[in-house]
Design a protein around this ligand. Structure first.
Ligand code: F6P
Length: 477
């Protein structure tokens, strides 16, 4: 690929922190960064985003050092306190996030927040326009920046613009509740390529665009994409399920360091099966429902007592949003109740960790856990499900997966699929996983792992960029 990649996302792919009075900048983790880095390096790409820290941090100096070391440039979009409050916390995380996850009860719609969202999206656009040319590939990411493309288009009508939504896209009946839904649809129609995680999201967007948008027509429908016509130009809409670097997870999970940590963990939980849950603290992840299902399983199947423990890792997230603070209290209370009801000498049924696990510990947990319980109420994809399988290098383990995670489209056939709102049946699935013969585990896990290997993050990236390339008049990227 010869063209330069200009990536625009809410956050820069770095973590800036201060320890002992010294500022540090470290590369961010996650599949997107891993997948994009080689391309960014090869073409001296640019990544534009919010550094995620306050004005006291020497951001320019830190990102300059990072850019020199990593072979691609970072451009910071600083946000002041009001913008963090209205654009990030308010409109992005208290309106779009719950609405797109089908959780209307958590939504707060506020005009002032929407205005700030639009203004901040415009600022991202101005910076992107300043540092890019019409020869570049401009790739905007996620729900925080839906309107950025439209603002870039106003500044540079001929730029080719791609967008990828990492979270679900709602159907018209849900989206129309948002007072500014037409602006959002128009925003998405400004891109040349709009990518979604699943066929359902792709169809939802086409349905919203044609029913809630004005003057949108479907030009053609294909197996993996739809061409829409709007305002004298065409938009390609498709679905491209994001993934992980499967080979990298498998290699790291096979390392001696991880094997030792896994062995140590197992020694701590002898004669016991481990169920693992790993999530950001978020009400979309269905953690209280999961705890209730585990509690119900212990009530219903006493033969599991002392033979099974749930290890739930909850990674702190969006701690300034009140609904997240409430959720933390609820989880602590439920965990206390379950342990109070069922604990016995030498057996704690639920281990609740509110912190981040370091990469070796995370892989050791993935490798050791006999069961992964991945039960979001709604999720764009859910990469934990894929990471668990990729790290199960002995082909052992059972994945219990929510029907409402995007990952269910690819993994649903060989996982145990559940409706996370159905506490009774999720409890039964836990028991089924607990009793599953090793041979069946191996058969299912081998198939899951092969699926993830074939459709890894590199495949996702190639697919997306190829689609983008085929949109350009005059050829490949
Ligand atoms: O797609 C989900 C997402 O919002 C990402 O954009 C983001 O990296 C992640 O969740 C964490 O959220 P936040 O940036 O709000 O901490």
């Amino acid at each position: 690929m010869k063209r330069r990649l200009v990536v625009v996302s809410n956050r820069l792919p770095v973590a800036i922190s201060r320890t002992g009075g010294k500022w540090r900048i470290q590369p961010g983790t996650g599949g997107l960064v891993t997948a994009l880095e080689p391309l960014m390096n090869a073409n001296h790409g640019i990544w534009i985003g919010w550094p995620g820290c306050g004005p006291e941090a020497p951001v320019d100096e830190l990102i300059e050092g990072f850019s020199a070391e990593h072979g691609y440039e970072l451009k910071a979009v600083p946000l002041d306190e009001q913008e963090v409050e209205k654009y990030y916390r308010g409109f992005s995380n208290e309106a779009l996030w719950p609405l797109f996850h089908d959780l209307l009860g958590h939504c707060i719609f506020n005009l002032d927040h929407f205005r700030s969202y639009d203004a901040v999206n415009r600022r991202f656009a101005e910076i992107a326009a300043e540092y890019s040319t019409s020869k570049d590939i401009l790739w905007i990411h996620d729900y925080q920046l839906i309107l950025t493309g439209r603002h870039i288009r106003q500044l540079h009508p001929s730029h080719m613009l791609a967008f990828f939504l990492h979270i679900p896209f709602p159907p018209p009946d849900l989206l129309r509740r948002l007072p500014w839904c037409e602006q959002l649809i128009e925003g998405l129609l400004a891109y040349d390529l709009a990518g979604f995680q699943t066929l359902r999201d792709h169809r939802n967007f086409v349905h919203c665009a044609t029913t809630l948008g004005r003057g949108v027509e479907v030009r053609s429908r294909h197996r993996h994409h739809t061409i829409l016509g709007y305002d004298g130009h065409t938009i390609k809409v498709g679905h491209y399920p994001i993934s992980i670097d499967s080979a990298d997870f498998a290699a790291r999970a096979s390392s001696d360091e991880v094997a030792d940590a896994a062995w140590y963990l197992h020694e701590n939980y002898q004669h016991r099966q481990l169920i693992l849950g790993v999530d950001r603290l978020d009400y979309t992840k269905g953690i209280p429902e999961r705890f209730l299902a585990f509690e119900r399983a212990l009530e219903k199947y006493p033969e599991m007592h002392e033979k099974i423990s749930l290890v739930q890792v909850v990674v702190p997230s969006r701690t300034m949003v009140p609904d997240y603070v409430d959720l933390k209290g609820k989880l602590e209370q439920l965990a206390g109740r379950i342990n109070g009801r069922f604990s016995q000498h030498g057996w704690v049924p639920l281990h609740y960790h509110y912190r981040n696990l370091d990469p070796v510990q995370l892989l050791a947990h993935y490798r050791t856990a006999e069961i992964a319980l991945v039960t979001p109420l709604r999720d764009g994809m859910n990469l934990v499900a894929k990471e668990y399988c990729a790290s199960s290098v002995d082909n052992q383990g059972v994945l219990i997966l929510s029907k409402f995670a995007g990952a269910a489209d690819q993994l649903g056939k060989h996982a145990l699929l559940v409706n996370p709102y159905d506490i009774e049946k999720t409890a039964d699935a836990i028991h089924q996983a607990f009793c599953m013969p090793k041979a069946e585990q191996k058969r299912r896990m081998a198939l899951l792992r092969a699926q993830i290997r074939r459709n890894d993050v590199h495949h996702w990236l190639d697919n997306f960029l190829q689609e983008f390339g085929s949109r350009r008049r005059g050829g490949a990227l």
